[in-house]
Design a protein around this ligand. Structure first.
Ligand SMILES: N[C@@H](CCC(=O)O)C(=O)O
Length: 196
């Protein structure tokens, strides 16, 4: 079985936790900061963190266009929380100068579940993942306000969409990398493997 090489965008955010979760889900995981490093991976995770800072750093590191190009050419990508925001074609309550990469035909609302001190954990039923609900850590989390026809909703919480997939691109409002349950990462690794 081929072992995919999956990068974690390492401009800002909880990179280390994703590297650990990906390795536990049988991928080779490495940080990606530069276009040359991006060119060498089979797939990419965009971690949680702070989406406005991440978008600024992507511009500063000359990564915005290379990221957009690789997404457009079919690179499998998984974004958690701030990463989900980066993958939204359209953003609500973002900063005016905030850039997203796009990739999923969805409208994402930042801070939708409330402020930092309203962060919470919840069990989330996830379509395509067996063995019961996954543990979702929601930290000043966004939700998906609406999705286009080509995007598939994989999970909802409290009536709001919190996991979406469109082709090779996956996004969750919550942080599975903080739970020790690597089933969402394994789901992504399977997605990547299917395309190799
Ligand atoms: N708190 C979110 C990001 C919030 C935002 O950028 O709006 C995260 O952990 O990824």
């Amino acid at each position: 079985m081929t072992t995919p090489v999956i990068g974690v965008l390492a401009l800002q955010g909880d990179v280390r936790e994703h590297l650990i979760a990906l390795a536990a889900a049988d991928a080779v995981a490495r940080p990606v900061r530069r276009p040359e490093e991006l060119a060498e991976v089979d797939a990419l995770v965009i971690p949680g963190g702070e989406s406005t800072t991440m978008s600024k750093l992507a511009v500063l590191f000359g990564m915005l266009e290379p990221l957009r190009e690789r997404l457009a050419s079919g690179l499998p990508v998984y974004g958690t929380c701030a990463g989900m925001i980066m993958l939204a074609d359209k953003l609500l309550d973002g900063r005016e100068d905030q850039e997203t990469l796009g990739g999923i035909d969805m409208i994402v609302r930042r801070n939708a579940f409330g402020r930092q001190n309203e962060s919470f954990e919840a069990k989330v039923d996830f379509a395509g993942i067996e063995g019961g609900p996954v543990e979702g850590v929601f930290i000043r989390a966004p939700w998906v306000e609406s999705v286009g026809a080509s995007a598939e909703v994989l999970a909802t919480y409290d009536g709001h969409t919190v996991a979406v997939r469109q082709g090779n691109v996956l996004a969750t409002s919550f942080h599975p990398e903080l739970t020790g349950d690597v089933r969402v990462h394994a789901y992504f690794v399977d997605m990547v493997r299917a395309g190799l």
